[in-house]
Structures are given as structure tokens and as C-alpha cells.
Design a protein around this ligand. Structure first.
Ligand SMILES: Nc1ncnc2c1ncn2[C@@H]1O[C@H](COP(=O)(O)OP(=O)(O)OP(=O)(O)O)[C@@H](O)[C@H]1O
Ligand SMILES: N[C@@H](CCO)C(=O)O
Length: 328
């Protein structure tokens, strides 16, 4: 259940009043999501009333990054990408500060987008997701702000240190991870074309209506990085069974074909995709392994299986280019 911060009804009405979106009708806590507190808000009474998502940022989000995340949504939405706009308050600010029982918190109001997440996508949906991701990369190139990937090599090395001596509490096969991290970092392809990337485009962060993408959400890992890495992460996230044991070429190939129909990949990116997909799998294996070992047993969140991404990493390592039906 992702509502960590309680906001009394009267206070909620006061908060919403600052955004010029009419009068609060309802505020329902949203169960999905683990990092922040989210409500589905309904308002009435002005031209811009309707449905919104209110997010209160909890400790896992560094609020110094909020201008980057929220301005990025506005930049991408203005360029026609399927992402929610940020609703600015009466002073033009994209977020506000409130005092809560848990201390000071930042909050933002974001446009609600229709759609549902698909756990078992069709190739048509995968094609649409590829197109949507490419549209973000094209539009992200002229976004004026930059952000370093908080889940880059430095963070990976930190996770390896934190998990040292404890891998076999998850699975003895994970003893191989530190060496895998070294080899992935050493083999990282140089000079890949950069843009602003989502970096976490998993099924729960894509809303679909039929075969079309109605929303890409949860840009809280977005950063400046290699576009091909983002595509490779998306390939790893979407084209396997949840446990990582079975890969679907139909989904992976449709995703990449959809991407290339909007933004053609450069030969250097095509050559790098298998290594990048292995790297992306390692990144999620590392965060999941850390959470597996360090999330308190009584925490509200369901721990995600690190082995599902270990298997993906091994798949890309063993299959290389054969994991992708690609031609330059
Ligand atoms: N703009 C939006 N339009 C419609 N629904 C949304 C929107 N933003 C978020 N949601 C809903 O709220 C849920 C939680 O949002 P989100 O995934 O951003 O939460 P989080 O706690 O920040 O994320 P995470 O699970 O990655 O930690 C989503 O699964 C989705 O159902
Ligand atoms: N998408 C991540 C969770 C945090 O964004 C995972 O499945 O491990």
C-alpha cells in the first residue's frame, strides 16, 4: 500500500486549491507504487478540472531532482509524447512543500492518464511501446536540463560492496555477480548517442488503451544517458516471462521494430544492444538483491525476485546478438 503520509481531508482540499483546478471532490489512495504516496484526485468547477495524480515524495526520492523530473514531463508532453503534464501551482511552481506528521514533504499534482498496465503484452503493444520510447528519446535531446544516472557504475559498485558475503543467502549462483559487474563495466561501449532516458520502462510504468500507449509514467529514474541502454533495459523488462526463464522473440523484435520505425538505430547502437541488455539486467539484479537483503521483514513492500534478472543477464551473456533479430 503506497500511502505513507496521511493527509486529513480539509488539508487535502487546501492543497488542491493552490493548483487552480477547481474544488476537490475526492482523493483516493493508490495501492500501487512503493516509493512515494499517491492519490487519485477528482475536482470540479473550472475548465481544467478533472482527474489528477497527487504524489507526496517520500524519503527515497531526492527532492533536489524534482525540477528535473517535473520539467521533463512538461517538455515531453509539449513535444507530443504520451506522458502526463505537471500541473503548476498559482505561483507557477511545479511542486509545493507541506508539513506532515512525518516531517516536511514535497508534493506535485500530475495529469491523470487513462489506461492499464499489461503484464503479458501483445506484439502490437510492444511495437507501440518501442515507438513511444523512441519519441521520448527524440524529444529528450533538446531538454535543457541534465541529470547523472543515480543507478550507474558507482551505485553498482556500492551494491556489490553491500551484498558482499551475502549473495548465497539469495542463491549461490549470485557469487558470480561481482565478476560480472567488473566485466560489464570494462566492456561498456563508448560514444553511444545520448539523450534524456527513462531508465525504468517496466510494464507497471506503461499505461495502454488497446494496442496504443496512453501513458509513460514514473520518470523518477530518468537521467541523461545512452538511448540504446534505455531500449535494452526495456527489452529486458518486457520480452521475458516474469521469472526470466523464457524469452519472447516476438515481443522483443516488435519492441525494437517499433522503436526503429520512429528513430533509426545507429550501427554502433545495434552492435552494443546485447551488452547493454546484459548490463541493464545486472542493474536490476543489483537493486533487487540489495532490497532482498536489506528491506525489513515488516516493510509494506513485496520484494522483487533478483534471480529473474540474473537469468536475463545470463541469457544475454550466452545468446549475444542472437537475442535480437537485428540487422544494421
Ligand atoms: N499520470 C498517471 N495517470 C494515471 N495513473 C497514474 C499516473 N501516475 C501514476 N499512476 C498510478 O499510480 C501508481 C503509482 O505510481 P508510481 O508507479 O509513479 O508510484 P511510485 O511509488 O513513485 O513508483 P515505484 O513503484 O516505481 O516506486 C501507478 O501504478 C499507476 O497506477
Ligand atoms: N522496475 C524495478 C523497480 C523500481 O523501479 C524492478 O522491477 O526491479
Amino acid at each position: 500500500m503506497a500511502v505513507y503520509t496521511r493527509i486529513p481531508a480539509e488539508e487535502m482540499a487546501d492543497i488542491i486549491a493552490h493548483f487552480g483546478v477547481g474544488e476537490l471532490v475526492s482523493a483516493k489512495g493508490i495501492a500501487e507504487g512503493v516509493s512515494n504516496s499517491n492519490w487519485l484526485i477528482e475536482t470540479r468547477g473550472t475548465g481544467t478540472s478533472g482527474r489528477f495524480i497527487l504524489t507526496v515524495y517520500e524519503e527515497r526520492t531526492d527532492v533536489r531532482d524534482l525540477p528535473f523530473f517535473l520539467n521533463l514531463l512538461d517538455h515531453l508532453a509539449a513535444a507530443g509524447c504520451p506522458v502526463p503534464r505537471t500541473i503548476h501551482d498559482e505561483t507557477g511552481a511545479p511542486f509545493r512543500t507541506i508539513d506532515t506528521a512525518n516531517g516536511e514533504r514535497k508534493l506535485a499534482l500530475i495529469e491523470f492518464l487513462p489506461g492499464v498496465s499489461a503484464d503479458d503484452p501483445t506484439p502490437e503493444q510492444a511495437h507501440a511501446i518501442g515507438r513511444a520510447l523512441a519519441s521520448v528519446h527524440l524529444a529528450g535531446r533538446d531538454f535543457s536540463m541534465t541529470r547523472k544516472d543515480g543507478m550507474g557504475f558507482e551505485a553498482w559498485r556500492g551494491f556489490v560492496r553491500d551484498c558482499a558475503g551475502r549473495w548465497s543467502e539469495i542463491d549461490p549462483a549470485l557469487e558470480a555477480v561481482p565478476a560480472y559487474v567488473d566485466s560489464v563495466i570494462a566492456a561498456w561501449p563508448a560514444d553511444l548517442p545520448q539523450s534524456t532516458i527513462h531508465a525504468d520502462l517496466f510494464p507497471d510504468n506503461v499505461l495502454l488503451v488497446g494496442d496504443e500507449v496512453s501513458g509513460l509514467i514514473d520518470f523518477y529514474f530518468a537521467c541523461t544517458g545512452a538511448m540504446a541502454y534505455d531500449l535494452a533495459v526495456t527489452h529486458a523488462a518486457w520480452s521475458f516471462s516474469a521469472d526470466g526463464r523464457v524469452q519472447s522473440h516476438a515481443i522483443g523484435d516488435a519492441l525494437i521494430a517499433g522503436y526503429r520505425s520512429v528513430r533509426e538505430l545507429e550501427p554502433i547502437e545495434i552492435a552494443a544492444l546485447p551488452a547493454l541488455a546484459g548490463a541493464g539486467s545486472l542493474r536490476f539484479l543489483l537493486t533487487r538483491a540489495y532490497d532482498w537483503l536489506y528491506t525489513p521483514a515488516d516493510a509494506l513492500v513485496t520484494k522483487k525476485d533478483p534471480m529473474a534478472f540474473f537469468r536475463r543477464h545470463e541469457f544475454y551473456r550466452e545468446n549475444g546478438a542472437a537475442a535480437f533479430g537485428l540487422s544494421a
